[in-house]
Design a binder for this molecule. Structure first.
Ligand code: ADP
Ligand code: MG
Length: 252
């Protein structure tokens, strides 16, 4: 199902909340290796769409297919194990763990099955995992905060931590819900650079973003949601001049 090279295929998805149509007739294909941005005014249904993709919400109709596997009906954990990682709009980190431990946890779950009671093998795996977590944390610029408690971090730092928690899983598909929200401009730019680097590595990404500077610096293709419907789709150049898109944003 879906177009050739499609990694994520969203097929005719509908979702209502007590009569409010948060998503209607949503069809979308994300191609292998691309950075696909989903933009749209507040309340357009962007987060709802992401939550449907990761199994947090069940669509009323339609299906989400990842790499040939129907995700609809699977749990968030099962979907994650298939290679889909996400960064939520509200950062979700383990508040009682250190920054380093927060990244080791998803790294550990990715290595499910590799663990062993052999103390020497166990120590080696733990050392590898720690080094990998340190490396990922350095790439997001949190190397100075490894032993800080996650609960004391700023919102912007929590987002970077969550990004590191996604990256250590080396997912096939990374879904990001407004990864730069709440960040100062310098941190936003650092995050854009980081996401560009990840893109060079070939990881497929869906990024929900409000900040047009971020969108136009990163996206290969853009889908525009408004009132729960996709009103336009295309390259950044096409979207920039699309009159329907301008109209959708005028009400903001
Ligand atoms: P966006 O992320 O584009 O700002 P959302 O997907 O968060 O939009 O919301 C789309 C619409 O669905 C909004 O009108 C919002 O109020 C509504 N909505 C989202 N989640 C829920 C929910 N759990 N219960 C009821 N209404 C919701
Ligand atoms: Mg949202």
């Amino acid at each position: 199902r879906g177009t050739p090279n499609s990694v994520l295929h969203i097929d005719d998805v509908h979702k209502s909340f007590a009569g409010l149509h948060a998503l209607s007739d949503v069809d979308l294909d994300v191609r292998e290796g691309e950075t696909h941005a989903i933009i749209g005014p507040n309340g357009a249904g962007k987060s709802t769409l992401l939550n449907v993709c990761v199994g947090r919400l069940k669509p009323d109709r339609g299906a989400v297919v990842f790499d040939g596997t129907v995700l609809t009906g699977k749990t968030p954990y099962e979907i994650n194990q298939l290679g889909v990682a996400r960064v939520f709009q509200t950062p979700e980190v383990f508040p009682d763990l250190t920054v380093l431990e927060n990244v080791m946890v998803p790294g550990l779950s990715k290595r499910d099955g590799q663990f062993t009671l052999d103390p020497f093998k166990h120590m080696r795996l733990e050392k590898e995992l720690r080094e990998e977590a340190e490396h990922v944390l350095e790439s997001v610029g949190l190397q100075a905060q490894l032993s800080d408690n996650a609960s004391v971090m700023s919102r912007g730092d929590k987002r970077r931590l969550e990004l590191a928690m996604g990256l250590i899983q080396k997912p096939r598909l990374l879904l990001l819900d407004e990864p730069t929200a709440g960040m100062a401009r310098a941190d936003t730019n650092a995050t854009i650079d980081l996401l560009k680097k990840i893109k060079e590595g070939g990881m497929t990404k869906v990024i929900i973003e409000h900040d047009m500077h971020v969108v136009f610096s990163l996206a290969d293709r853009i889908s525009v949601l408004a009132g729960g419907r996709i009103i336009a789709q295309g390259t950044p150049e096409e979207i920039k001049v699309n009159p329907k898109v301008k109209e959708a944003y005028l009400g903001e």
